[in-house]
Design a protein around this ligand. Structure first.
Ligand code: KE4
Length: 423
């Protein structure tokens, strides 16, 4: 595919933006490739500046469960934007979207809208520390909760060792209050609680991990996290920024029937515009300013245009049999991809929940970050580039989720498998 205009635009971008991007993964460094410079999207297809078209299995990293430029979402945005873009005051649209989310998530009595998943998770741990009067946060290797300082760490060499920062500019003091453990390893959680009995404010977890490929919770992992946090009066925070309204209209907590104390949301609830949210029981959320003493604010939080995109999106998701359709598409793609790789004698592990899935080039069972590290990352780079050459856009990193949208046709799914045949 020709990339003449894209190359010119990327050189221009690099003059003004660090690495030429506004988010690192878009630079395609993880797949040693040239980044896409996109000019439009419609349904399951995106088109770059050189008019190359791609069937998109990234969907802007999750928000576009309805596909690009969904007509209902666009018309709702246009109707709203005609009345202005932002007032710095409340609007009824915030009530409408909040009520829809609260109805979908029984664990939420009150919710606060912010502008990103990062703001949601940062605020959630601040609230958890205030509510419990404790300071330590437990998270899991390979889970990503945005770029808040507390989350930019990895576990020390030993389980009980202090975390190490993974980013310059993050103070060791902040990192010393985060402990990172292996996903799906409940024993390590019990060990840490025994060592820090009354000092753990919360556990934050992606109930379905979507930032190390896709890894599902195993052996009642979520139920056990719920029991341990109750036993030690700590909070359980579900980071459902990806899984919320993706794997079920009520998120992973509905699928697995485990109620967290605080839920973080993003992506789909903004319908492609910047929206994040955190919410939970009244008892906890009443601490958030101005009702309570936990300060959090935002100029464009609850922005009416973004609210309208979220409302339009959830209205469609709530109607009809969207999740049944998405499950059928996911199951079909899983079956046909697995079959094709078996024919080619290429070992893969396929992991899926509804319309989010991951492919590991590995012959071992993948249950956590260490297992992911043993998969063939170089093969993924070749796979990504081959698929892109043939018009299939996959995440430009082996550590992300693939997404199917309502707008992906049977032909799109079969095209995916046809290109695998050419590997
Ligand atoms: P944002 O601040 O990017 O809106 O959300 C942070 C976040 C929080 N929690 C989870 C589970 C997330 O997946 C994310 C962000 N996801 C990444 C991709 N998996 C965003 C892509 C990017 O960083 O450009």
């Amino acid at each position: 595919m020709k990339l003449v205009k894209s190359k010119k635009i990327f050189s221009r971008l690099k003059k003004s933006l660090p690495g030429g991007v506004n988010s690192p993964v878009r630079a395609f460094n993880s797949v040693d490739s040239f980044p896409l410079i996109i000019k439009s999207g419609k349904g399951s297809v995106i088109i770059d500046e050189d008019d190359n078209s791609y069937i998109d299995f990234v969907g802007s990293w999750g928000p576009l469960i309805l596909g690009h430029a969904n007509p209902n979402v666009i018309s709702k945005i246009i109707d709203t934007i005609r009345n202005g873009t932002s007032f710095g005051n409340s609007t009824k649209l915030e009530a409408e979207l909040a009520e829809m989310v609260i109805k979908a998530f029984p664990s939420i009595d009150l919710i606060r809208f912010v502008n990103s998943g990062t703001e949601a998770t940062m605020s959630a741990i601040r609230l958890a520390r205030a509510y419990t009067n404790k300071k330590i946060i437990i998270k899991f290797e390979g889970c990503y909760h945005g770029h808040g300082d507390s989350f930019l760490s990895k576990s020390g060499s030993g389980i009980a060792e202090l975390d190490e920062s993974i980013s310059r500019g993050v103070s060791n003091l902040v990192i010393s209050e985060t402990i990172t453990l292996p996903y799906n390893d409940i024993n390590s959680v019990e060990t840490i609680f025994n060592l820090n009995k009354n000092d753990i404010a919360a556990i934050i977890v992606e109930p379905i991990a979507g930032n190390m490929g896709v890894i599902l919770p195993e052996n009642n992992f979520l139920e056990n996290l719920r029991m341990i946090t109750e036993k030690y009066n700590s909070l359980l925070i579900f980071d459902e920024v990806i899984s919320g309204f993706r794997v079920d209209y009520g998120g992973a907590q509905t699928l697995y029937n485990v109620n967290p104390d605080i839920t973080c949301l993003g992506k789909i609830i903004g319908g492609g515009l910047p929206v994040g949210a955190y919410g939970g029981k009244y008892e906890i959320m009443k601490m958030v300013a101005p009702l309570g003493q936990v300060y959090q604010a935002g100029t464009l939080s609850g922005n009416p245009v973004a609210m309208s995109a979220g409302i339009a999106t959830l209205k469609i998701l709530k109607s009809g049999h969207i999740y049944t359709e998405l499950e059928k598409k996911g199951a079909y793609l899983e079956k046909t991809i697995v079959q094709e790789f078996i024919k080619k004698k290429i070992k893969i592990k396929f992991s899926r929940s509804g319309s989010m899935f991951g492919i590991f080039f590995s012959s071992i069972k993948i249950k956590n970050w260490s297992d992911v590290q043993l998969s063939d990352i170089n093969f993924y780079k070749m796979f990504h580039s081959k698929m892109l050459e043939h018009g299939i856009y996959l995440p430009p990193s082996p550590y992300e989720s693939f997404f199917i949208s309502v707008s992906h046709s049977q032909k799109d799914l079969d095209r995916f498998v046809d290109v695998i045949k050419k590997l």
